[in-house]
Ligand binder design. Structure first.
Ligand SMILES: Cc1ncc(COP(=O)(O)O)c(C=O)c1O
Length: 396
């Protein structure tokens, strides 16, 4: 049978990237006690009040069709949220989507197509390649360098731009590195995009999970308002990924043009989830604060556990729910190291190579397990590092 070319473009970009994670899950199912540090799923439940609100709304009959842009209450709550960041935001700047992932997909469909290029930092979040390939545009990577703690630099963006470049996919705070860009870095990147007339699609899903560093976005600068679309959700901030509730915030004309795409795809969302999201966005909850505390404490635990290791070096995250460890000194690249780690030490991590060439010497650990479990996993990683370098020294 014949298929459309999108199926070829996306072949291998789905769960194939998570091969090691799937292997770990199969081992766990077979009874092997694997410590799983692969995916980033908040390790706390959403606030009880949010669950109650979703249930209340459902029982109150909020189970009918929804407005295509988003239910008025959640749109109003998002207007309030973004008005704190830029005073001119109105309902016309908001579109709701079932999660950041869908927002990324739909927004890019409205901004780029075959013949265009989308710029994105390397390393990159695993689904971006598929998002870009779906639009038909080509991916053009901007190297994020380990020596810059994987902060995107405006000059590297500028060097990657060609006449075909249309969009910069910016991810800040960054997955997998946990880099949080400074105000100056964000502004300089925005200036480059303005000079070259690029859109900025800004994935801000970890906005609330920074460990002290202030969060900045091109969305907040009036200078970049006409070219920036911010996408986010309650998945991380409220530990609620299963609710699939997110949004895009961008220029009014962009939202107007994108609405028919969104309506064609989704025909609206779920009103009871919209009610719960309106509550999440407009009222204070301490879920994000508790996650920030846990994840930064655990990043420190990982670093302390590695203090005696001269082969595995942590790259301290400034936000998010992961930590990168540099395993390059073991002589193995990340995929081989991660495979060995799973096979011999029963610890499952993501190889940095799954996120891009620039992270090939790193492994990514999720910080969403209890402190003791993480300590145990990191000491097994240190042991493997020791064994590998000991073996290399013996061979030499
Ligand atoms: C950078 C980044 N963007 C988007 C997502 C997906 O977010 P959502 O659950 O809102 O679709 C994730 C999930 O891990 C992520 O790390």
């Amino acid at each position: 049978m014949r298929y459309a070319s999108i199926t070829d473009r996306l072949a291998g970009l789905g769960s194939g990237k998570w091969a090691l994670h799937l292997q770990a899950r199969a081992m766990i199912a077979a009874g092997v006690p694997v410590i799983e540090l692969t995916i980033g799923e908040p390790d706390m439940p959403p606030d009880r009040a949010l669950l109650d609100e979703a249930a209340r709304a459902m029982y109150a009959g909020r189970t009918k069709y929804s407005d295509g842009r988003g239910e008025p209450a959640v749109v109003a709550a998002l207007v309030e949220k973004y008005r704190k960041r830029r005073a001119d935001v109105t309902e016309e700047n908001i579109l709701c989507f079932p999660g950041t992932q869908t927002a990324l997909f739909a927004v890019l469909l409205g901004l780029a197509e075959a013949g265009d290029e989308v710029l994105v930092g390397d390393p990159l979040y695993a689904t971006y390649e598929g998002v870009i390939a779906s639009s038909g545009a080509a991916i053009r990577t901007v190297p994020l360098r380990a020596e810059n703690r994987f902060h995107m630099k405006a000059e590297d963006v500028e060097a990657a731009i060609t006449p075909k470049s249309r969009v910069l996919l910016l991810n800040n705070p960054h997955n997998p590195s946990g880099a949080v860009l400074t105000r100056d870095e964000v502004f300089a990147i925005g200036e480059v995009c303005r000079r070259h007339d690029l859109w900025i699609m800004s994935d801000e899903v970890y906005e609330e999970l920074t460990f002290g560093a202030a969060f900045f976005s091109p969305f907040d600068f009036p200078e970049f308002a006409e070219r920036t679309v911010a996408v986010s959700s309650i998945s991380k901030s409220h530990a609620a990924p299963g609710f699939r509730s997110g949004w895009a915030a961008g220029p009014a004309e962009f939202c107007e043009r994108l609405l028919p795409i969104s309506e064609t795809m989704l025909f609206g969302g779920q009103p009871f989830i919209a009610d719960m999201t309106a509550m999440a966005v407009s009222q204070p909850f301490d879920t994000a604060r508790r996650m920030r505390e846990s994840y930064s404490r655990r990043a420190n635990i990982a670093a302390e556990t590695l203090a005696g290791s001269n082969t595995i070096r942590p790259l301290m995250p400034e936000g998010g729910m992961f930590i990168l460890l540099d395993v390059g000194a073991t002589g193995l690249e990340s995929e081989d190291f991660a495979r060995k780690l799973l096979g011999e030490k029963h610890v499952a991590v993501m190889p940095g190579a799954s996120f891009g060439e620039e992270a090939r010497n790193f492994i990514r650990l999720s910080l969403t397990v209890p402190d003791d479990t993480l300590r145990e996993a990191v000491s097994r990683i240190a042991d493997l590092g020791q064994e590998l370098t000991g073996a290399a020294a013996r061979q030499a």
